[in-house]
Design a protein around this ligand. Structure first.
Ligand SMILES: [Ca+2]
Ligand SMILES: [Ca+2]
Ligand SMILES: [Ca+2]
Length: 226
């Protein structure tokens, strides 16, 4: 029994923050969009720890070399929310009801904002703000933009799940979702077209203590059966 407990504890500590990778079709932006693939999402990896959540957005081209793309995440964590708009006033909706919006850019030294919705959209965190209103970060490496904010900023505790979609766009205030992670087809036919999210579900990883208990429970169940 002691050995089993030791094994379970070791297993719990050995478990890294597990990643869920969502893939999108490539070549699914409208003809003539430009940018050579910097607006064409190929995959998004979501990970979380007990305190932080990270979206690593990978495009079909080098977003550091060609850096005018904007990358956004729309998030539905609870009942209600905005069914028609988003934190940047872009022609993008999430009919299931969005509570949060991450808007990011990879030029001018990179930056990101987190907006939250409760009857109206408001800026919650920004990379250019002073503490404590700067709990969001972005880094870029060739084809990938990696955005991290806190679980608490999204009202999440480990074990919660939520729906989201990721979009690419341009720098014009009226530019829509040129690509959607959840839509393998062409999301829009032109820059200013309106479109809706195709929600993906992410289940946040529980805290290590919970994983440990689950592991012990699993092993005991297997022993009982054998
Ligand atoms: Ca794509
Ligand atoms: Ca909602
Ligand atoms: Ca797509």
């Amino acid at each position: 029994m002691k050995k089993l407990l030791m094994f379970s504890l070791m297993l719990a500590w050995a478990v890294p923050a597990s990643a869920t990778v969502y893939t999108d079709a490539t070549g699914d932006t409208f003809p003539g969009v430009g940018g050579g693939g910097i607006l064409d999402i190929s995959s998004v990896e979501v990970t979380n720890t007990a305190t932080d959540i990270t979206f690593a957005i990978t495009l079909s081209a080098d977003i550091v070399a060609t850096d005018w793309g904007k990358y956004m995440v729309i998030i539905d964590t609870a009942a209600g929310g905005d069914t028609a708009g988003n934190g940047w006033g872009r022609p993008i909706s999430m009919t299931s009801g969005a509570e949060y919006w991450i808007g990011s850019w990879v030029d001018s030294g990179n930056g990101a904002e987190l907006h939250s919705y409760s009857g109206a959209w408001g800026l919650t965190e920004a990379t250019y703000n002073a503490a404590p209103d700067n709990d969001i970060s972005i880094s870029t490496s060739t084809n990938t933009a990696t955005i991290t904010t806190t679980m608490a900023n999204l009202g999440l505790t480990p074990g919660d799940s939520f729906d989201f979609d990721v979009f690419s766009s341009g720098g014009g205030g009226g530019d829509g979702a040129i690509d959607s992670l959840g839509n393998a087809g062409e999301q829009v036919a032109d820059w200013g077209d309106s479109s809706d999210a195709s929600p993906q579900t992410y289940v946040t990883v529980p805290e290590p203590a919970t994983i440990c208990l689950l592991a012990i429970g699993g092993i005991l169940a297997i022993r009982r059966r054998s």
